[in-house]
Design a protein around this ligand. Structure first.
Ligand code: ADP
Ligand code: MG
Length: 238
């Protein structure tokens, strides 16, 4: 579960092609980080995988099945946004329950899944609170909780920590890495932060103007950057 294949995927907005034909394999259970400067196409690529944007060309396969034309809800992927996108008038419990209610799950299942997600994310004592009564880090955990209860084949994160202060960012990095170790679910994580990429990724995808410059483990990119752009971005000598 959670294998994603991009085959000749392209994306244009009007006359502007922001993603030239691109192939990428994301393996089951991998923690893959898309890294690159602002405007290089990271969010677009993630949104194409999520189905929030239509591809202009090519195919996307999820677990061996063509998902190119599937709506987001049918892709069994869960997106975690940087803006949290929580409902301010609902309790933490109701926010986490929301996707399960939409899917018409029964109450016992909903309760069990919420308890489980709250335990994993250390939110058990906060379920009655509203998002406005939580810290930034807690709000981010609620957003992740809402993704966890759906038991997706993969989690998609778009710069989830960019609104947090530096100390909290380091904490949340560790928490998300721990979550990956616990769940062993595929995670695709977008960031413009090299440190985040180097510390969290199994596999880094370096993007530059919609083009993949290099794919490899943090160590591979550090030791053998393919070009000056990768070297400069990763911060290794070349
Ligand atoms: P990143 O997430 O790496 O900062 P984006 O994927 O948001 O980059 O953007 C890649 C390019 O596509 C940018 O040039 C951006 O202006 C353009 N772009 C993104 N979304 C749209 C859109 N909805 N309409 C037009 N251009 C867009
Ligand atoms: Mg972006």
């Amino acid at each position: 579960m959670g294998q994603i294949e991009l085959k000749g995927v392209t994306k244009s907005f009007g006359d502007v092609q922001v993603i030239p034909p691109l192939d990428l394999h994301i393996g089951e259970g991998e923690f893959v980080v898309f890294v690159g400067p602002s405007g290089c196409g990271k969010s677009t690529l993630l949104r194409l995988i999520a189905g929030l944007e239509d591809v202009s060309g090519g195919h996307i396969e999820i677990d061996g099945k063509d998902a190119t034309d599937l709506p987001p809800a049918k892709r069994s992927l869960a997106m975690v946004f940087q803006s949290y996108a929580l409902y301010p008038h609902m309790s933490v419990r109701k926010n986490i329950a929301f996707p399960l209610k939409m899917a018409k799950a029964d109450q016992a299942t909903i309760d069990a899944k919420i308890e489980n997600a709250a335990r994993i994310l250390n939110l058990s004592d906060y379920l009655h609170r509203r998002p406005g009564q939580l810290s930034g880090g807690q709000r981010q955990r609620v957003a992740i909780g809402r993704a966890i209860v759906r038991e997706p084949a993969a989690f998609l994160f778009d710069e989830p920590l960019s609104n947090l202060d530096a100390a909290l960012r380091v904490n949340m990095r560790l928490e998300i890495s721990e979550l990956h170790q616990k769940l062993k679910t595929t995670m695709v994580y977008v960031t413009h932060d090299q440190v985040e990429a180097m510390t969290m990724a199994d596999k880094i995808v370096v993007l530059h103007a919609g083009v993949i410059e290099q794919v490899g483990s943090p160590l591979e990119l550090y030791r053998s950057p393919r070009n000056k752009f990768v070297a400069g971005f990763i911060g290794s000598p070349k």
